[in-house]
Design a protein around this ligand. Structure first.
Ligand SMILES: Cc1cc2nc3c(=O)[nH]c(=O)nc-3n(C[C@H](O)[C@H](O)[C@H](O)COP(=O)(O)OP(=O)(O)OC[C@H]3O[C@@H](n4cnc5c(N)ncnc54)[C@H](O)[C@@H]3O)c2cc1C
Length: 311
């Protein structure tokens, strides 16, 4: 077995998402090679070489990779893939953008969002919004696999001493270019990797209430903030807060759901959290079926009290 992992980065630092794919790759066995496609991305290559369990880092450094455009990255991966039994990335927005293009160009079927490696050809993955686990076996010569980050521990950032090799970058495909990027600046922990997530739904009633009630709680707990789709659609918060089937999948140690009914599409994104706390005034809300601790009450009374109790 030999696994090629597409590294996620911003040309300066390695994104922790990649470390989860490294663990999944280790479970497949064999050699692990990390591929860094970037522009002036030397710090990323250095960090990648230190990741435990990695044998080799390939670096394609060229302006056409500056913005991580899927067309160019996929073209680079395809030039290398023939030497590998597996091509992997973590199932983030970036991984989901690049990998299916790679699979189509290689004429193989991608296996998406695996949650367990049974053996190097057989994998488990959730279907129907996480209500069924499918075990799938791939007979493709090159297995193109995206990895659900929350299902695999992050590989240690230290301990590896991989060789770094510079490779020739592909020509710019010229098919796309980045016009602009709007990023949301936040001092809070990143949602996908936070230890505690405080999440709000339609029950909050408005963006102003969301901010006034949930931010103090998140501040006390050093938590990331999340939301249901109803809260996003109503404009309380931007859509990268959304947790669920069509948003982010999280599995923090503590998930606090406030004014969220617990629709199956929402549960798909958070039901693997270690401890789930639900605050809802409707005792029959489905969220209570997955909650370890539930409080039936009006969030407008309960939350300020909770924050006060936290001191
Ligand atoms: C294809 C598809 C994909 C979807 N993807 C997602 C997804 O990724 N993520 C997602 O979240 N949803 C998703 N949805 C939407 C999902 O079906 C639900 O509509 C949504 O999750 C509901 O959000 P909510 O719980 O905030 O709102 P509601 O269902 O309206 O629930 C609000 C809750 O707040 C409680 N409440 C109201 N006032 C108070 C109060 N004062 N105190 C305490 N509790 C109160 C109510 O009792 C209620 O339980 C998807 C739907 C579809 C069809």
């Amino acid at each position: 077995m030999s696994v090629l992992i597409i590294v996620e980065h911003d040309n300066q630092s390695l994104k922790s998402a990649t470390l989860h794919a490294v663990t999944a790759a280790r479970e497949c066995g064999g050699n692990i090679t990390l591929l860094v496609c970037g522009w002036q991305c030397e710090p990323v290559a250095q960090a990648a070489a230190k990741v435990a369990g990695v044998a080799r880092v390939l670096v394609a450094d060229a302006p056409c990779f500056a913005d991580g455009l899927a067309e160019n990255v996929a073209a680079q991966v395809v030039t290398l893939a023939g030497a590998f039994s597996h091509v992997m990335a973590t199932a983030t927005a970036t991984g989901k953008n690049v990998l299916p293009r790679v699979a189509a160009l290689l004429d193989v079927a991608q296996v998406s969002e695996i949650t367990r490696v049974v053996d190097a050809h057989t994998f488990e993955r959730p279907i129907y919004a996480g209500n069924v686990i499918a075990t799938v076996r791939s007979s493709d010569p090159i297995k193109v696999i995206s990895v659900r980050a929350t299902a695999f521990e992050a590989a240690p950032l230290e301990g590896g001493r991989a060789l770094i090799e510079t490779i020739a970058a592909v020509e710019d495909t010229g098919l796309s270019r980045l016009i602009s990027r709007q990023t949301i600046a936040s001092d809070r922990p990143e949602l996908a990797s936070a230890r505690i997530v405080v999440s709000g739904g339609r029950g909050l009633g408005s963006g102003a209430h969301y901010a006034a009630l949930l931010e103090p709680l998140a501040d006390k707990l050093n938590a990331a903030l999340g939301a249901s789709r109803a809260a996003v659609d109503a404009g309380y918060v931007p859509n990268d807060y959304q947790i669920g089937q069509t948003g982010k999948v999280v599995a923090p140690e503590l998930y606090i759901a406030v004014g969220i009914s617990g629709a199956i599409q929402h549960l798909a994104g958070m039901k693997d959290s270690k401890v789930i706390v639900a605050i809802n005034k409707d005792a029959d809300a489905p969220i209570f079926s997955v909650a370890d601790y539930g409080l039936v009450g009006d969030l407008f009374e309960v939350l300020p009290e909770l924050v006060a109790q936290l001191g």
